[in-house]
Design a protein around this ligand. Structure first.
Ligand code: ACO
Length: 428
C-alpha cells in the first residue's frame, strides 16, 4: 500500500505521508508543506481540501451513500425520530432507553425562552427575514445562559446542547408568530419535539393545533435528513468560528448565516420560488430546463446539483417518496409537485445534466413537503437550520475535544498591487 506521496519541485523532491480514513478515503497530509517547501496549495472552494478528521458522518458522493455514525441514512426511514438522531450524531451512539428519556426530559425542561427574550422579537420589523432573527436570537440566547461560555465537561455540554436544540424551535416559532402579528404560543411539555414545534407555529390561544401522525413523521424525517452532511458550508463555518474557541451558541449562530444563502440552505426556498414561477408564468418544464442549460440566462435548475453528490442524493429519493405519500393523505393536490416530477424526468434524461452528473438534491422535494403541512416558504430554511443544528453541535464538540486543534487560518495568493506610495488627498 502506498503510504507516502512525492512532490517534485524543480530539482528537489519532498515526501508527504498519506493518511487513510476508515472507508478508504485517502489524503496527502501537507500540514508542514509550507515550512518545508515555501509553497502553499491553492484550492478555491476547498473541493480538494480536508479541513479535519471527523467520525460523525460518511458520504460517498460518487455512489450516493450517506451514513450517520456508520448507519445508512435509509435505515432512519421507519419511525423517524429526530431527537434520537440528534443524540446519535452528538454522542456517537444510539441512545439507550434511559439516555433517550433523560435527553427528552432535558429538551422538555428547556423549551421556554427567558420571558424577557420575547421583547427582542418586537424589535424586529414584521418583514424581517426569519433567518436573520434566528441567527440574532441564538446569539442573544448565550447572554441568558452564561454557563455556555465555559462548558467544562460532557455533562455541562449535554445540558447546553439540549437547551439549544429545544429553544431553537421556540425562537423559530416566535419569529413566525411575530411576522404574522399573532400571539406567541408557549411550548407544551406534554408534546414531543415535532408536534410541540407545530403547536407553537400553528395553535391559537383558543384552538389547539393537532399534529397528524403522518405529518409528525414527515417533519421528523425532513429534520433528520438535514441533521448532518459533514464539511458543508455552514458546518465548516461552525468549525471555523469554533476554532477560535468562540462558544457553542456563537458558532451555531454563524452556521445559520452560512446556511441562509441560496446556494446552500436557501435553495429550498429557491426551489419553491422556481416551481411557482413556472406554474404562474405558464412556462413549460421543457422550456425551463432549456433556460437552465443556457449560460446567458443566469437561470439554474434549483434543487439540482451538489458539490459532493455526483449521483442521486439519497435524501432526495427518500423525500420524493414521502411527498408522494403525504400529499394524497392530506388531500393536498399540488400542481408544483407535478412540475417537480416533470422537471426531474426531463433533467435526468438530458445530456447536459447527465454529463455534469447533476441529480436532484435534498432541497428539491423538501419544500413541497413543508408547503403541504402549511409551513410558509420563508420558514423553509429555518426548518433546515433546526434540522442541521445537531450536526453543528456534534462538529463543534468533536473539534473542542480534539487535542491540538488549531485556529482555522487559510492562506492566500496575493494578486493586488505591488508596493505603492500613499498620495495625500489634495494631490490625487
Ligand atoms: N442548473 C444548471 N446547471 C448547473 C446546475 C444547476 N442546478 N448546477 C451546476 N450546473 C452546471 C454549472 O453551470 C457548471 O457547468 P459548466 O461546467 O458548463 O460551467 C457545472 O454544472 C458545474 O457546476 P458548479 O457550479 O461548478 O458545481 P459546484 O459543485 O460548484 O456547485 C451547486 C454545486 C452550488 C449545488 C450547484 O449545483 C447549484 O448551484 N445548484 C443549484 C442550487 C442548489 O440546489 N443548492 C443546494 C445544494 S444542497 C445543499 O446545500 C443543502
Amino acid at each position: 500500500m502506498i503510504n507516502e506521496a512525492t512532490l517534485v519541485i524543480g530539482e528537489q523532491s519532498f515526501q508527504f505521508p498519506i493518511c487513510e480514513g476508515t472507508e478508504g478515503e485517502r489524503a496527502i497530509d501537507i500540514q508542514d508543506l509550507r515550512a518545508r517547501t515555501g509553497y502553499i496549495t491553492l484550492d478555491p472552494g476547498y473541493g480538494n481540501t480536508g479541513s479535519c478528521q471527523s467520525a460523525i458522518t460518511f458520504i460517498d458522493g460518487e455512489k450516493g451513500i450517506l451514513r450517520y455514525r456508520g448507519i445508512p441514512i435509509e435505515q432512519f426511514e421507519q419511525n423517524p425520530n429526530f431527537v434520537e438522531v440528534a443524540w446519535l450524531l452528538i454522542f456517537g451512539h444510539l441512545p439507550s432507553e434511559q439516555e433517550y428519556r433523560a435527553f427528552s426530559a432535558d429538551l422538555t425542561a428547556s423549551a421556554n425562552l427567558d420571558e424577557s427574550m420575547k421583547h427582542h422579537f418586537e424589535g424586529f420589523p414584521r418583514s424581517a427575514p426569519p433567518m436573520a432573527i434566528l441567527s440574532a436570537m441564538i446569539n442573544a440566547l448565550s447572554c441568558f445562559h452564561p454557563e455556555c461560555f465555559e462548558l467544562e465537561d460532557e455533562e455541562h455540554f449535554r445540558v447546553a446542547a439540549a437547551g439549544l436544540i429545544s429553544k431553537v424551535r421556540t425562537i423559530a416559532a416566535y419569529a413566525y408568530r411575530h411576522s404574522i402579528g399573532q400571539p406567541y404560543i408557549y411550548p407544551d411539555p406534554a408534546l414531543r419535539y415535532v408536534p410541540n414545534f407545530l403547536h407553537m407555529l400553528f395553535s391559537q390561544p383558543y384552538a389547539e393545533h393537532f399534529c397528524e401522525p403522518v405529518v409528525r413523521d414527515a417533519i421528523n424525517l425532513v429534520l433528520l435528513l438535514h441533521a448532518d452532511h459533514e464539511q458543508n458550508c455552514s458546518t465548516s463555518t461552525v468549525r471555523m468560528v469554533g476554532s477560535s474557541q468562540a462558544n457553542l451558541f456563537a458558532a451555531c449562530a454563524a452556521g445559520v448565516c452560512a446556511l441562509w444563502g441560496p446556494l446552500h440552505g436557501g435553495a429550498n426556498v429557491a426551489v419553491l420560488e422556481m416551481l411557482d414561477r413556472i406554474h404562474r408564468g405558464h412556462i413549460s418544464p421543457e422550456e425551463y430546463v432549456r433556460m437552465a442549460k443556457d449560460k446567458d440566462s443566469k437561470v439554474r435548475l434549483m434543487g439540482f446539483g451538489h458539490r459532493v453528490y455526483k449521483n442521486f442524493d439519497p435524501r432526495a429519493r427518500m423525500l420524493a417518496t414521502v411527498a408522494e405519500r403525504l400529499l394524497p393523505t392530506l388531500g393536498f393536490n399540488d400542481p408544483l409537485l407535478d412540475i417537480a416530477r416533470r422537471l426531474e424526468e426531463i433533467a435526468l434524461e438530458d445530456p447536459y445534466f447527465v454529463e455534469r452528473k447533476l441529480y436532484p438534491n435534498v432541497d428539491f422535494y423538501s419544500g413541497i413537503i413543508m408547503r403541504a403541512v402549511g409551513i410558509p416558504t420563508n420558514m423553509f430554511t429555518v426548518l433546515f437550520s433546526i434540522g442541521r443544528l445537531p450536526g453543528w453541535i456534534a462538529h463543534w464538540w468533536e473539534q473542542s475535544c480534539t487535542t491540538g486543534s488549531k485556529i482555522a487560518r487559510p492562506r492566500q495568493i496575493y494578486t493586488g498591487a505591488g508596493i505603492t506610495d500613499h498620495v495625500p488627498r489634495d494631490g490625487r
